[in-house]
Design a protein around this ligand. Structure first.
Ligand SMILES: Cc1cc2nc3c(=O)[nH]c(=O)nc-3n(C[C@H](O)[C@H](O)[C@H](O)COP(=O)(O)O)c2cc1C
Length: 180
């Protein structure tokens, strides 16, 4: 099973990116998590729809191949981070996103506004939020990087449980679509 993971933070020492890197390391051998790049996308402009944009073409190609999408994104001023919203706006009109199962990771439990806004945007885009896969990790101010997360048993347990539930959610949603 291939999964695409996107971090909404461009920061080098990002907790969101670290959480995705840790999740990727913890994944069982039959799950491959690729961390995608949204940093090189241009600012969204409908006039550019249909033009060849290598960073967007690459993102769409990986998303098309993925059985599910994992998003870890910070809250800025009670909103979705600009890089993440920009990436989602680029994906709105494509055929890769709709009905894609989605796992959300929140690395700052106090950041509830951005999570709610993200859920609204993702469901509007016809993504399938897998609620049982939601993971909340208290990483803010922890100073932890990928290896620090991997050394913490409780954090690893949360990530592994979320990923396991996500796999189940993906299988259920794929069976439901076959029945439909
Ligand atoms: C400009 C800016 C605005 C922020 N606004 C909020 C906010 O409204 N609510 C919140 O909980 N955290 C806020 N934060 C804190 C970030 O969400 C937090 O630092 C987070 O860890 C950043 O994610 P990263 O570690 O993946 O880069 C803000 C940080 C910055 C730099």
């Amino acid at each position: 099973m291939k999964l695409l993971a996107l971090s909404g933070s461009l920061r080098k020492a990002s907790y969101n990116t670290a959480a995705l890197e840790a999740l990727s390391s913890l994944a069982p051998s039959d799950i491959e998590i690729q961390i995608g790049n949204i940093a090189d996308l241009p600012l969204y402009n409908p006039d550019l729809e249909g033009e060849s944009i290598p960073s967007l073409d690459e993102l769409k190609a990986v998303l098309a191949e993925a059985s599910g999408l994992i998003i870890a994104s910070p809250e800025y001023a009670h909103g979705i981070s600009g890089p993440m919203k920009n990436a989602l706006d680029w994906l709105v009109s494509g055929e890769e996103f709709p009905y894609k199962p989605i796992m959300l990771i929140n690395t700052s439990p106090r950041a509830c506004h951005a999570q709610e806004a993200l859920k609204e945007v993702l469901t509007t885009m016809s993504g399938i939020l897998v609620d049982s896969a939601y993971v909340s990790l208290p990483l803010l101010s922890s100073g932890l990087d990928r290896d620090g997360i991997l050394a913490d048993t409780a954090l690893c347990h949360s990530l592994k449980t979320g990923l396991n539930n996500f796999r189940t959610g993906i299988e259920v949603s794929s069976n439901n679509r076959l029945i439909d």
